[in-house]
Write a new protein. Structure first.
Length: 297
């Protein structure tokens, strides 16, 4: 079977299953199998596939028809212009989360400009795409390294392994401290043993989908622990707010949420921190996507 013939059959199979874009998915999967760019497939369509490549390609196409995310099949996902390794132990990075990067960078720039020592803590780091992207971006701008410390926290050991691999891939492994534990707990324990009193920026893209929605295809293939936020989607954020009460002040927090949750989350924050300054940020679709919290000393 030639490359072109394999792509035609795979495209038809995927379209019949109403999966993705059909042709594009087929090309991406075959690119992974052959370890060649898509342009190669188009330029060498008459080339015959080796039997083992043809079999692997057919297996991947079959998996894709079950709504398994393309990122899990290719093993990669782009985020903020960088390529990140992903597997079924971590949530697939979403474009909406890039807003968190865009809001965090000016805060860190302010710390640097005013020569403040600071810590950036990525809670529930998953693939590590948020913290790795931040550190990589700052390093590219040649900001002062000694002022900031960067932490990646996750309850899942497997997720931390993926985050470490991504930090290594982008040459940021020695810039990030990885801690395993429940939300902020490992960082709070470490902070309690330290005499440093720095500014802290907490970043959190935690599970915020209401229970039930996590069983909808294609979400069913992603780790439920990274998606399910309880009945209203905010259970994990309630737990995080309780832990934030133990954090040294001042601190700033950026929380990603679903558009309908902004007002409720704002009320929860006000209940825990009555004097906090709270701002809701909209995404590119003008939907509420991020809650920014500032708690002074």
């Amino acid at each position: 079977m030639t490359i072109t013939e394999a792509l035609i059959i795979a495209t038809r199979t995927l379209r019949e299953a109403n999966i993705g874009s059909g042709a594009l998915d087929a090309e991406l999967l075959l690119s992974v199998v052959l370890k060649k760019p898509r342009e190669y497939l188009l330029a060498h369509g008459e080339n015959a596939l080796m039997p083992h490549d043809e079999k692997l390609f057919q297996e991947l196409v079959k998996e894709r028809t079950t709504w398994k995310p393309l990122a899990y099949l290719t093993g990669e996902k782009e985020f903020y212009g960088l390529r990140f390794l992903v597997n079924e132990h971590v949530l697939i990075p979403r474009p909406e989360t890039e807003l968190l990067i865009e809001q965090a960078l000016p805060i860190i720039h302010f710390f640097i400009a005013h020569k403040k020592s600071f810590r950036v803590v990525d809670v529930g780091t998953g693939s590590g795409c948020i913290i790795v992207t931040l550190v990589k971006t700052l390093e590219q701008h040649k900001h002062e390294k000694s002022l900031g410390q960067y932490y990646a926290l996750d309850l899942s050991y497997e997720a931390l392994r993926v985050a470490q691999e991504n930090a290594k891939r982008h040459e940021m492994l020695n810039r990030i401290i990885f801690l395993q534990g429940n939300l902020l707990e490992p960082f709070i324990e470490q902070e309690a043993a330290s005499e440093r009193k720095d500014e802290t920026l907490v970043l959190a893209n935690l599970p915020y989908l209401p229970s039930g929605t996590t069983r909808v295809s294609p979400l069913v293939h992603e780790p439920r622990v990274a998606l399910d936020g309880g009945q209203d989607g905010l259970d994990i954020y309630r737990a995080l707010l309780q832990q934030l009460e133990l954090l040294s002040r001042p601190f700033t927090v950026l929380l990603e949420c679903m558009p309908p949750q902004g007002a409720t989350l704002k009320e929860l924050v006000h209940y825990t921190f009555p004097k906090a300054t709270i701002t809701i940020k909209n995404d590119l679709s003008n939907l509420e996507r991020l809650v920014q919290i500032r708690v002074e000393a």
